[in-house]
Design a protein around this ligand. Structure first.
Ligand code: AMP
Ligand code: MN
Ligand code: MN
Length: 324
């Protein structure tokens, strides 16, 4: 891992672990496989050290990731009164603003993240934009520390890496990522079972919604830009939020000649927008124009205002980016 001072950051992190007992775990809102996998892995690591976990927002865990070891038990436990945390971990999350509402960090704070747009102001901030996933970073931290890799931790970390590399297809898939995935499998992660759980357990209505979005693709810039949208009425007609297809915007990028794909999702206050690029355009910079962020090939933003006007503004800016 190219973080030069990883040893001192990791020492600081384990210092905080050693001197505290109850840890609050948080990731970004609308958690994905990396966010859930990394949090679930850290929950196991900390518990194996005799610590106690409090999740900030476990109910937001999408059904696809409830197979992760310990999640169902923790969901049941989360209904009971929770102890007061005395330290906080923020995973796969570039700032406290990206956490679901109600987040109140307690005690010393540690962030582990791989977003190039990271702006966290935590006491310890471990950021590696070259890492495929937060799961990969956790693996490196564990290995450098000589901590054991249990089957549960391996399953969680494999899920992080699998989902954030687009099933080992994206440019963040390095030889090191493959070597780590191999070690995770040797430690007990079951690749076929994990892929089935993550990708082949969808709401049937979600496929119909996906079909409607794909039937509605609009191409611009001589086919280099493609966009579509999920308006609130379309979402409601297909089973609501639980049916929102994960990472549909990446599928939209798959058409020949497309460089950038954009998916607009209407919200009661405006819209969320997801950007993907295939090879050239830095969509994190594009999202940055709208106070969003992410990675060069995958980014997003959340905007408040009138839907039509916001969509027009984003498309105008995207067209200008394509012309650069
Ligand atoms: P998504 O399109 O929601 O899958 O997000 C793609 C990437 O951009 C992920 O790494 C997100 O963490 C990041 N991202 C999405 N929305 C935002 C936002 N509002 N601010 C910063 N980063 C974001
Ligand atoms: Mn994420
Ligand atoms: Mn991630």
């Amino acid at each position: 891992m190219p973080i030069e001072n990883l040893k001192s950051l990791s020492d600081a992190m384990f210092g905080i672990i050693g001197s505290n007992q109850v840890f609050l775990l948080a990731g970004h809102k609308r958690p994905d496989g990396d966010s859930m996998g990394a949090q679930a892995a850290l929950a196991h690591i900390l518990r194996d050290m005799g610590k106690t976990i409090v999740w900030h927002d476990l109910n937001a865990c999408p059904p696809a990731y409830r197979f992760l070891p310990g999640i169902e038990a923790d969901l049941a436990r989360a209904k009971e009164p929770q102890p007061k945390p005395d330290a906080t971990f923020l995973l796969d999350c570039s700032s406290t603003e990206r956490v679901a509402p109600g987040f109140a960090p307690q005690g010393p704070t540690v962030c582990i993240d791989h977003h190039q747009t990271n702006q966290a102001t935590t006491d310890v901030n471990i950021v590696d934009p070259a890492a495929s996933s937060t799961g990969e970073m956790l693996y490196e931290i564990l290995e450098a520390r000589g901590l054991p890799l249990t089957e549960a931790v391996a399953t969680c970390l494999y899920t992080s890496i699998l989902t954030d590399t687009g099933s080992f297809r994206y440019s963040n898939t390095t030889g090191r990522v493959m070597a780590i995935a191999g070690r995770l499998i040797e430690a007990g992660a079951d690749p076929a079972a994990i892929a089935r759980a993550c990708f082949e357990n969808r709401e049937p209505a979600s496929l119909i919604l996906e079909g409607a979005v794909l039937a509605d693709l609009r191409y611009e810039c001589a086919g280099r830009l493609v966009w579509s949208e999920i308006r609130l009425d379309r979402l409601a007609a297909h089973g609501g939020e639980a049916s929102e297809p994960e990472d549909l915007v990446s599928k939209m990028r798959s058409a020949r000649g497309v460089e950038v794909s954009i998916l607009f999702k209407e919200t009661p206050t405006g819209l969320r927008v997801s950007f993907r690029s295939k090879h050239v355009v830095d969509v994190a910079a594009l999202a940055g124009r709208f106070e969003g962020g992410g990675h060069a090939r995958a980014a997003g933003a959340e905007l408040t205002g009138g839907y039509d006007d916001l969509r027009r503004q984003v498309l105008e800016t995207a067209r200008a980016f394509m012309a650069q």
